[in-house]
Write a protein that binds this ligand. Structure first.
Ligand SMILES: Cc1cc2nc3c(=O)[nH]c(=O)nc-3n(C[C@H](O)[C@H](O)[C@H](O)COP(=O)(O)OP(=O)(O)OC[C@H]3O[C@@H](n4cnc5c(N)ncnc54)[C@H](O)[C@@H]3O)c2cc1C
Length: 338
């Protein structure tokens, strides 16, 4: 690979990188009006035409994401949070394939490789699939955890699924896993990319699909290299696995990782003190409606029973002797490990 020049380099091995690589390899997503339940919304796109659009409709009420193009793509697969629609087809078009390589620090599956293997998806398992390899009841390799309305899968299963996808849907010679990009800089119309083993490659287009899962540090005394402090849900689940029921833990934060950590701790019958930052008053800020991933509150009670129960607890609509809050605490000086 050293010295190679390609059209595009994808950095990352998660679902974003795999999906991008697949399209760079010639996969096109097209519209299927005959089966599409949202004909009006997609009226501008004829049968078999690529769904690429730079003029997006204002009304993307099925939106489950934060980027307009993501919402547009999703509108070909779902109406509301839970309803699938059938407006998307795909086909190989070798004429559109470009010369690409993928470089990833992790194995295929990205961040899911670092989660606790039993970490269940919040989303229904079908949503975790790449469209050209649907997840359904027939995937032997995938654990299915049934909830009243849909099945979920777990991190170990998803990693198997994404690794299988990389093995079967993408050319192996173009992908370099367990390699880290250390530097990238533009020079003379090209991106120059360096890897941890000093390999150098260059490209016209650099696609950073490197996620946003770098844990935040509070920069307080005793925070780092402390076995009693976790920065990810996976670490927290592991670090609390030896604690007896009734022991106390402190959870700082209002995102998805905090929610999953609290749910795990409560299953273990630990006492949780949940610290909400100054600007948060109960469910006001992050847990607001229409933000599916950040918003426990917006998840329907029937489909997301556990998350709904936690939202009720955080908002004060329910109580538990194992859960209390500290609001307005934003500064911590020391951590005593014992
Ligand atoms: C507890 C928890 C539960 C979740 N549940 C869900 C869910 O139910 N449904 C859902 O859709 N999402 C869920 N998510 C979010 C999910 O993890 C992300 O949506 C998904 O992983 C994003 O994929 P990605 O490809 O964008 O990034 P990532 O999966 O984070 O992948 C980033 C990739 O970039 C690589 N990388 C980073 N830096 C470099 C570098 N310098 N050089 C080379 N490679 C690099 C990494 O190794 C990795 O392969 C959950 C997240 C958490 C924390």
């Amino acid at each position: 690979m050293n010295g190679k020049q390609v059209t595009a380099i994808v950095v990352g091995g998660g679902v974003t990188a795999l999906s991008t690589a697949r399209q760079l390899n010639g996969l096109e997503y097209t519209h299927t009006p005959d089966s599409c339940q949202l004909k009006e919304r997609h009226a501008a796109i004829a049968h078999g035409q690529r769904i690429y659009q730079d003029q997006l409709p204002d009304d993307l009420s099925s939106c489950r994401g934060s980027t307009p193009s993501g919402c547009w793509f999703d509108s070909f697969r779902h109406t509301t949070l839970d309803e699938a629609v059938n407006c998307l087809a795909w086909q190989e078009n070798n004429a559109r394939a470009v010369d690409w390589i993928l470089i990833s620090k992790s194995k295929a599956g990205g961040s899911w490789n670092s989660y606790d293997p039993n970490q269940k998806t919040i989303s229904p398992d079908t949503w975790m699939a790449l469209p050209d390899a649907p997840i359904d009841g027939n995937n032997q390799n995938l654990a299915r955890h049934n909830t009243p309305h849909f099945a979920k899968t777990d991190a170990a299963s998803l990693c198997r699924y994404y690794q299988d996808y990389a093995n079967t849907h993408l050319p192996q010679e173009r992908m370099f896993f367990n390699r880290t990009v250390t530097t990238a800089y533009p020079k003379e119309h090209l991106w120059h990319v360096e890897l941890d083993d000093q390999t150098q490659v260059s490209c016209q287009y650099l696609i950073l699909a490197n996620g946003r899962m770098i844990p935040k540090s509070l920069k307080i005394n005793g925070e780092n290299n402390n076995p009693n402090v976790s920065h990810t849900t996976a670490q927290a689940i592991q670090n609390t696995s030896h604690l007896k029921p009734g022991k106390s833990i402190l959870v700082i934060g209002t995102g998805l990782s905090a929610a999953d950590t609290i749910m795990d701790a409560m299953c273990k019958k630990l006492k949780v003190t949940h610290v909400l930052p100054r600007e948060h008053t109960r469910l006001e800020a992050k847990y607001r409606p229409n933000q599916p991933y950040n918003a426990l509150k917006s998840l329907s009670p029937e489909s997301y029973k556990e998350h709904h129960a936690l939202a009720e607890l955080i908002s004060g609509k329910a109580e538990s002797e194992n859960y209390q809050q500290l609001i307005n605490y934003s500064r911590f000086e020391t951590i005593h490990a014992s």
